[in-house]
Design a protein around this ligand. Structure first.
Ligand SMILES: [Zn+2]
Length: 87
């Protein structure tokens, strides 16, 4: 992991979402994941969407994530971070 202590970025959360539902995140990553969700409506919606996929299919793999939707989300994340540059 590159970012051990920094606040989790939206893009990192998207990358970790399968691990989160697999219960394979480290304790600190899980804490950062949840902390991020609690302050980010966009990621809350994304995680909720993934939860629905799991409920429908019983599991979540990278293949279950529509790559186009994921790319659109990541593009939107880039737009948001440009709009609010918190150092
Ligand atoms: Zn986010």
């Amino acid at each position: 992991m590159r970012l051990l202590t920094r606040e989790m970025a939206c893009q990192e959360l998207v990358e970790l979402v399968t691990a989160y539902f697999d219960d394979s995140l480290s304790r600190s990553d899980r804490r950062r994941f949840r902390a991020h969700i609690s302050g980010c409506d966009h990621c809350t919606a994304y995680v909720e969407q993934m939860r629905l996929v799991i409920e429908a299919t019983g599991r979540l793999t990278e293949d279950d994530i529509d790559p186009h939707a994921r790319e659109e989300l990541l593009a939107a994340f880039r737009g948001w971070s440009e709009g609010r540059a918190e150092a």
